[in-house]
Write a protein that binds this ligand. Sequence first.
Ligand code: SF4
Length: 469
Amino acid sequence: MPERIKDFPRASASLIEDHPEVREAVYRATLHFDQNRAKAYAEVPVEAWRDYARDVKAHLLSRLADYLEKAEARLKENGAEVLWADGPEDAHRILAEIVERHGVRRVVKAKSMLTEELGVNAFLEARGLEVYETDLGEFIIQLAKEPPSHIVGPAIHKSLDQVRRLFHEHLGTPTDAEPEALAKAARAFLRERFLTAELGISGANFLVAETGTIALVENEGNIRLTTSVPRVHVAFVGIEKLLPRFDDLAVFLQLLARAATGQPIGTFVSLIQGPKKDDPDGPEALYVVLVDNGRTAALADDEAWEVLRCIRCGACLNVCPVYRQVGGHPYGFVYSGPIGEILAPHFLGVEGAYPLYNASTLCGACGEVCPVRIPIPKLILTWRHRAVDSGLTAPAEPQLIRAYTETMRRPAAYRLASKALRLLPSALASERLPVVRAWTRYRAGLTPSPRPFHELWEELEDERKNANP
Ligand code: SF4
């Protein structure tokens, strides 16, 4: 994975050059998501809700061990078996035991970024099991043998024609099938899998410590089938997904849907409190796997723990000017966009995640939309500082920045530098300098203003004084 992350600059440049259709599809979809989010935020007292969500998560994380114990106790009372996984190896061992115990051959899966993180599909397939993604977007990218491109819309980088070709190849639909016909074909294919799978795997949007309730949000009904038709249900839950009280769901469920897709609430919200017991439907066994995978270490990081408030809504991806151009794949990490930039170093270290946290213009849009007020730009800067301290940046970079700072501090040096720059317009525009060439490849050329800012400012000051003597 770190190798793919290191390749981000090349992978993103080649995507922009060679796949304009991806850029267009991602741009259109993220713009649509974000416009819907803005409308949905405007309908409610969203700033108060964001404060509430931030405070609830901060409180929860400050007493995480207590709340985890409480959640475990409630889940057990409700009849679930609770297991703990430090990382992917533990998660795989637990899954292997469950598969063995229940004679599982076929698995249906709900969309879950945590299971992507843990490599669940690859593990099960390597053991000879059939695994079917049941979210339509995940189903599309499973057919295409690709990872998700977006937390909420895993297939947003695909055009309709690409989906038509995939479905024609795998499901035999006509090459000009309409979207409704494609959805119908996926539905028929998956329905048979739901009815014959022995195991359903899901993640969890939230886990309420007070009641041991797993909350799952979706729009297609596939999660409800995944968690209730097979005789066994395994829910993988990141330990940061807890909420203290059942009442907290009222705000979090709405904030999640509004931030993610602009809906007031997800079309289906499932609240799961254990296996079926005397109910006619539902799984005979429910296993809840509480996963750490670096989260405890992230919580101990005084400068960067706030990333754990994330509820995986994807809103920061939708507004990010870098993500919008390239989509998720060039990032080379499970999570892409701004949230990926600040999560990756917790998983891979400051060096392993370099230069992902440089993939930001620091425009601040991500922080402005985040429903739980994660200070994303501040965290990006934290990791950049650490990269400098670790000697990961080019040796000349700190010297250049020091020289720039000194020049900006001294008016005489600043004036001299602006004059010198104005004497070099042809060099700056000619793209002969490698740095300039890298800049102007995708942007307008660097043409210095004919008159420097300080001259214009002085002139304005004089005008103001003359107007108000
Ligand atoms: S960082 Fe904030 S905006 Fe981004 S996915 Fe997480 S909760 Fe959503």
